[in-house]
Write a protein that binds this ligand. Structure first.
Ligand SMILES: C[S@@+](CC[C@H](N)C(=O)[O-])C[C@H]1O[C@@H](n2cnc3c(N)ncnc32)[C@H](O)[C@@H]1O
Length: 268
């Protein structure tokens, strides 16, 4: 189960060198009690230099995406600023706030925003054609409850999201970084999970999905070790009904591969 589809989802083409937080060392991580409310370590405990969870992929922005950027970008793409986000102002209403990290081409994002009109979705992606593709879907479906940050989600979490501001977090099919020497680039590692847990409201949820079994097991282990989080299932969760089967998943399922959902909630 789940042996090859992940390889297909490892999107290709490196165009930029990589620099950023090294979660592996940071994982020396302090227990929850010793952390600041935002999940950062106490004074004197250094989170080391880090490694990005993504590479900037080459990719052409289509004419339709460029048009969507021009017409819808000003309304739906938020500027990255290293200051706390006023979500009510950004969305023009007060509603539960869900963060999505790495929406790719936005297929699942648009579907979920459509079936959950009462929630606000703050969606991070660094791949420009992906941002264009989601803007295009926003236009096609007349969605109003999505805002996009075309920026590294780790920096968004660090600088724009205060403690206990989120009702949910979606991380669907994060880059699996199959090779052992690249595993350290995976998003789901203790330091980031501690920060995510700190930004959830009590009762808020963290939902991850992957088609790469070793990563699925890592998710279960890392989330299970975070003191602020509790699993909603014995181990892997049933697929929540709001998460659609994307074309990648359908292809994998047809080939007999597996998909694993992991859903934890923040303890009160
Ligand atoms: C394998 S793709 C999956 C996309 C989508 N969730 C799906 O299910 O099709 C992972 C995406 O996460 C994005 N990504 C990885 N790390 C990120 C980060 N730190 N901030 C924003 N986006 C990130 C990548 O650019 C890529 O588009």
């Amino acid at each position: 189960m789940g042996q090859r589809l992940g390889a297909n989802l490892q999107w290709p083409t490196v165009t930029e060198p990589i620099i950023s937080p090294d979660p592996e060392h940071a994982a020396a991580a302090s227990p929850a009690a010793a952390r600041a409310p935002d999940g950062t370590p106490p004074p004197g405990v250094a989170y080391p230099k880090t490694i990005k969870s993504f590479v900037r992929r080459a990719g052409r922005t289509t004419t339709g995406q460029a048009k969507a950027f021009e017409e819808l970008g000003p309304r739906f793409v938020l500027p990255y600023t290293a200051a706390p986000l006023d979500a009510d102002a950004a969305f023009g209403r007060n509603a539960p706030l869900v963060l999505e990290i790495g929406f790719g081409m936005g297929e699942a994002t648009a579907h979920i925003a459509k079936v959950r009109p009462d929630d606000n979705f703050l969606c991070c992606e660094v791949h420009e054609p992906g941002v264009g593709a989601l803007l295009k879907r926003i236009g096609e479906h007349g969605l109003t409850n999505i805002r996009i940050l075309q920026h590294d989600a780790v920096e968004v979490i660090d600088h724009m999201l205060p403690p206990a501001c989120l009702d949910g977090i979606h991380i669907f099919f994060p880059d699996p970084w199959h090779k052992k020497k690249h595993n350290k680039r995976r998003l789901i590692q203790s330091p980031l999970v501690a920060k995510l847990a700190a930004r959830l409201k009590p009762g808020g949820y963290l939902h991850c999905a992957t088609d790469w079994q070793p990563y699925a097991e890592q998710m279960l282990q890392v989330l299970g070790a975070e003191p602020l989080l509790a699993n909603t299932a014995e181990a892997f969760a049933p697929q929540p009904d709001y998460r659609p089967l994307t074309k990648f998943e359908n292809r994998g399922l047809r080939l007999g591969h597996g998909v694993w959902d992991v859903v934890f909630v923040r303890r009160s």
